[in-house]
Design a protein around this ligand. Structure first.
Ligand code: AP5
Length: 196
């Protein structure tokens, strides 16, 4: 992070289909954040000629998480090549191992952690009704993603809860209803300027 001393970082967590990607786009649009989706960065890398493409593809297809170093390198590169200083990191960290590696490699703590809470049946319904041809949006992989969410992602949420950084958002409702719960957390930021 040579260009700035302290970027503002929000980690955005939640199960598959909890709506974190959709809400991140709304936050980015309204408050001028740069939205970095770990899943999108990995999917982009997957189809590039990069040396890790096949391994990433296999991990995503099976609903497993990709090794930390790869994901962190992609996030770090995206932050360092941005002129912005405020970032939403969506779908990361996904495990304690991810979190610890991020602290070790990047050396930055999140300023806040958003956690979208959503019942499992609702998440399943949303993901399976999405029509974008994602290789992991089938019932078998969604079940695995939900399992990974329970066993690996939730300990990360618990860790940051103990540090008082987690803001839980009930993710059931219309997009606007949910955004109204998110909005106050970012009230200090304006779209173009650094802070209001
Ligand atoms: P990723 O791309 O992050 O997928 P995910 O976490 O499974 O989440 P989704 O993108 O499916 O859902 P979302 O919560 O963003 O919801 P969305 O807004 O899209 O990760 C995919 C894979 O990449 C992982 O399984 C793993 O293999 C790998 N990976 C990712 N991060 C990694 C990491 N850190 N380390 C290692 N590996 C990693 O909404 C879903 C649908 O619901 C949409 O169709 C949307 O329109 C709809 N919707 C949203 N909100 C609402 C609402 N309020 N009401 C009704 N419908 C809604």
């Amino acid at each position: 992070f040579s260009k700035r001393t302290s970027p503002f970082i929000a980690f955005v967590l939640g199960g598959p289909g909890s709506g974190k990607g959709t809400q991140c786009m709304m936050i980015a649009d309204t408050f001028g954040f740069t939205h970095l989706s770990a899943g999108d960065l990995l999917r982009k890398e997957m189809v590039s000629d990069g040396e890790n493409g096949v391994m990433i593809r296999n991990s995503i297809k099976e609903g497993k998480i990709v090794p930390s170093e790869i994901t962190i390198r992609l996030i770090q590169k995206a932050i360092e090549s941005s002129e912005n200083y405020k970032f939403l990191i969506d779908g990361f960290p996904r495990s304690d191992e991810n979190r610890i590696a991020f602290e070790r490699i990047v050396g930055v703590e999140p300023d806040l952690v958003l956690f979208f809470e959503c019942p499992e049946e609702e998440m399943m319904k949303r993901v399976l009704s999405r029509n974008q041809g994602r290789i992991d949006d089938n019932i078998e992989t969604v079940k695995k993603r939900l399992q990974v969410f329970h066993t690996l992602n939730l300990p990360v949420v618990n860790y940051y809860s103990r540090k008082g950084k987690v803001h839980k958002i009930n993710a059931v409702g219309t997009l606007d209803e949910i955004f109204e719960k998110v909005r106050p957390l970012f009230a200090a930021f304006s779209k173009d300027g650094p802070r209001n």
